[in-house]
Design a protein around this ligand. Structure first.
Ligand SMILES: Cc1cc2nc3c(=O)[nH]c(=O)nc-3n(C[C@H](O)[C@H](O)[C@H](O)COP(=O)(O)OP(=O)(O)OC[C@H]3O[C@@H](n4cnc5c(N)ncnc54)[C@H](O)[C@@H]3O)c2cc1C
Length: 397
């Protein structure tokens, strides 16, 4: 299958090639004609592809594999900067014992193996982007729009057009937990960053990392080990006790503190401190005593992630108990051509297990391939099909 490598502009809101704002509901049709006109006017802004997978969790990754075997090229979108979904975000180092053929693995290892397994199909990644709009086109295809910069609050993004959509959105988009401080959001992307503070931003500056769990400690240690370290490095946590699951991280923090390379401040941030409109500190309420100002030039907020609402609610797809309703032969939603797989779906007997999601993705890929070809797809085995082996890159054409 062919893909078009055109990319949507992500720069300024005034760009003439910017995709138009559009309705968000795939189930509605009244706006289709208007959308078609707008789409034609914006032809150069679109990426055309066979399929878009929403969510790079384990099931989304397996979806790419099954689509690849059937000749469908996928673009994969995930709001997170790394593929792996819950496996990586919620239990990266915990053991998993119920993957067939793998007596024991971990969340991180499983995600890495899946990424490796889909490499032959060269998916096009859109990590760090949240799918914010999904709508049907008059010709039976679909349009999707992403917010390329959910963390900075800008709303220009990528515009994709495809024949099939696979929603593998799990429990929703994992978005960074923010510090609940009025006036902080406008500084995101300038002096406030979530999860990862780029080294270039930290170099030679007063940096505060907020958080007390693994992600915060990892960020702190990475900055301390940087070739261009900050001029000052502070860990801000509500108390001087750390909840990291990995004891090695806490031990490494103790070493840095003992060496005087990191200071720990216990307390709750209660207000922002500005200098000529720029963030220069936080007012801190300590567990005991009086408030004080913690000066900073860059703030890395590492408070973990929270899943934000399932997609169906916004996109006009049939739902039951906050899950997308699908059939069990094609794993299709209430809109033909939009499939859903993994933890985001419900059907009689659904179990939220990796194995169930992998099965769902397999049948959804067959259904999409048949819809695309307009004919049944013959089952082939990877052990014996030269055709599939060529697609996998293990046999030369
Ligand atoms: C602690 C724990 C242990 C577990 N152990 C096991 C086990 O041992 N065995 C087992 O079989 N299962 C286990 N599970 C369940 C298993 O992890 C899930 O069934 C599986 O992760 C579901 O995969 P998924 O791809 O459907 O969703 P997810 O892993 O949730 O991935 C969904 C992805 O979609 C992204 N996303 C959502 N909405 C959007 C959007 N609008 N735009 C862009 N991206 C979006 C999210 O950021 C996320 O990365 C466990 C779960 C937990 C929490």
């Amino acid at each position: 299958m062919r893909t078009n490598g055109r990319t949507a502009p992500t720069s300024s809101a005034s760009s003439s090639a910017e995709p138009p704002r559009r309705p968000q509901r795939a189930g509605d049709t009244a706006w289709v004609a208007e959308m078609t006109v707008q789409a034609q006017a914006q032809e150069g802004a679109w990426i055309d592809t066979d399929a878009v997978v929403i969510g790079a969790g384990p099931v989304g990754l397996w979806q790419v594999f099954e689509c690849g075997l059937l000749g469908l090229h996928c673009h994969v979108v995930d709001v997170l900067g790394e593929a792996g979904g819950q496996c990586v975000e919620l239990y990266a180092d915990k053991p998993i014992y119920d993957i067939p053929g793998l007596p024991a693995t971990t969340g991180r290892e499983l995600a890495a193996r899946l990424r490796q397994q889909i490499e032959p199909f060269a998916p096009h990644w859109h990590l760090g982007e949240q799918v914010t709009g999904l709508s049907s086109m008059a010709d039976g295809r679909f349009e999707l729009h992403t917010n390329a910069s959910a963390s900075t609050g800008t709303d220009t993004g990528t515009a994709l057009r495809c024949h099939s959509v696979f929603i593998a959105a799990g429990v929703g988009a994992f978005l960074p937990r923010r510090l609940p401080l009025e006036g902080l959001r406008v500084h995101e992307g300038r002096s406030v960053f979530h999860h990862t503070l780029p080294e270039v931003e930290a170099a030679g500056r007063e940096v505060v990392v907020a958080g007390g769990e693994d992600a915060a400690l990892r960020q702190l240690l990475a900055l301390a080990a940087s070739a261009t370290p900050p001029s000052g490095l502070t860990l801000l946590h509500r108390r001087d006790k750390f909840d990291a699951a990995d004891p090695a991280l806490v031990a490494a923090l103790s070493e840095l503190r003992a060496a005087g390379r990191v200071q720990v401040v216990a307390g709750q941030p209660v207000d922002v401190v500005l200098d000529a409109g720029e963030l220069c500190g936080l007012r801190i309420a300590p567990p005991e005593g009086t408030e004080f100002t913690l000066p900073l030039q860059r703030l890395a907020v590492c408070l973990g992630l929270s899943p934000r609402l399932g997609p169906g609610a916004d996109w006009g797809l049939a739902m039951a108990r906050k899950q997308l309703v699908v059939d069990t032969a094609r794993f299709e939603t209430s809109v033909p051509g939009i499939h859903a797989v993994g933890d985001v779906v419900t059907y009689p007997g659904k179990r939220k297990l990796l194995l169930s999601g992998f099965h769902e993705a397999t049948l959804a890929a067959f259904a999409a391939a048949e819809r695309r070809r307009g004919a049944p797809v013959v089952l082939e085995y990877t052990t014996s099909s030269r055709h599939l082996q060529q697609r996998l890159g293990v046999l030369q054409a």
